[in-house]
Design a protein around this ligand. Structure first.
Ligand code: ASP
Length: 343
């Protein structure tokens, strides 16, 4: 009898031990936030002296509303992929930003739209380049990721695929805005050596893009980016946006990144992937990795721009080396919107 009691006592102690062990193994990572979302509306020569208070208020309100779209989805327990897609829809629909409606014009006076999306759970990714009739290029990128075996589709084929997926198409004139048209005329005039007075457009004449990274309650990180590219681009030029690893990258183990800036440099230095790689191989924290890539690697090479990123703990980073970057983030109990570098 005594032996039996001793044995069952031992078994009880062992079971306590192993359950402690198990709960230790399963303890959640030191998460700082349940969810997080960060956005950008492009980096460039965004100067306060060129901005009217009304215009600045419009940008701040648009960024704030975009955050609300995504945060609502995340707070309700929705998926990061939906938060990113819907937030970018909002930014694509706003004529203030160089993506969707409000995209810049190429040399021929047309809008050619690029977008990409990547999910951190399995590195599945989709991208489109050179669209001219799909209202929401980010949805075309998502369709490539989810409904095709490819990663990047371009031009007429990408349009056909998006239409077959039932995505909303519009007449190319939908993307026209007077401000972007005027920017093209200015850039072409400057190319011809015509001296012009300072533009009253607060945006850099060539830069812009929108992006969003989200971490959902299930720990999934998704990054997406959408752009009209650079004003006066020619020869079916693509920048970094549709290139996975350059303008967009996501890995649940490290980080999600969306970039904006002079795309050629972001392609050459695989900027979005480089942030991930520094975190993975050098074990750098997010802020160190993101700051190094933007303020050392890119600055040394002359590549202007910035990026937004979220790591698996919900830490947010938004470094840029240009005068300004439209940006913002939201997490439970926290919200920030900024434009210039001193805020
Ligand atoms: N990265 C974009 C491109 O090169 C433009 C931008 O973000 O400003 O197409």
């Amino acid at each position: 009898m005594r032996i039996l009691i001793l044995l069952s006592g031992l078994l009880f102690l062992m079971s306590c031990d192993s359950s402690t062990e198990a709960s230790h193994d399963q303890s959640p990572a030191p998460s700082k936030s349940e969810y997080a979302i960060v956005i950008h509306g492009g980096a460039g020569t965004i100067l306060k002296k060129n901005m009217t208070p009304e215009r600045e208020a419009k940008y701040r309100a648009a960024l704030d509303s975009a955050l609300t779209v995504g945060e609502q989805i995340l707070a309700d327990g929705g998926a990061a992929i939906d938060a990113v897609e819907h937030t970018i829809h909002f930014l694509e629909d706003s004529p203030l930003f160089n993506a969707g409606k409000g995209a810049v014009f190429n040399h021929e006076g047309k809008n050619e739209l690029d977008a990409s999306i990547m999910q951190g759970s399995d590195q599945n990714a989709g991208a489109v380049g050179g669209l001219s009739t799909i209202k929401h290029p980010i949805s075309a990128a998502r369709a490539v990721m989810e409904q095709s075996e490819h990663v990047l589709l371009t031009g007429a084929g990408a349009e056909q695929f998006a239409q077959e997926q039932g995505l909303e198409s519009v007449d190319p004139s939908y993307f026209y805005t007077e401000a972007r048209w005027n920017s093209l005329q200015r850039v072409i005039a400057e190319e011809k050596g015509v001296e012009l007075s300072e533009s009253d457009d607060p945006n850099d004449k060539k830069h812009g893009t929108v992006g969003c990274v989200a971490l959902d309650k299930a720990g999934n990180i998704v990054a997406g980016t959408s752009t009209g590219g650079m004003t006066n681009k020619r020869y079916n030029r693509f920048g970094d946006v549709p290139i996975i690893g350059a303008g967009t990258y996501a890995d649940n183990a490290t980080v999600g990144v969306s970039c904006t800036g002079h795309g050629e440099y972001f392609i050459r230095y695989a900027v979005a992937h480089d942030v991930h790689a520094r975190m993975l191989y050098l074990e750098e924290p997010l802020e160190t990795a993101a700051d190094h890539v933007v303020n050392t690697t890119l600055v040394e090479k002359g590549g202007s721009g910035g990026l937004i990123a979220i790591d698996r703990y919900g830490n947010v980073s938004m470094p840029f080396n240009s005068a300004g970057m439209y940006r913002g983030y939201a997490k439970p109990g926290e919200r920030y919107v900024g434009i210039y570098d001193d805020e």
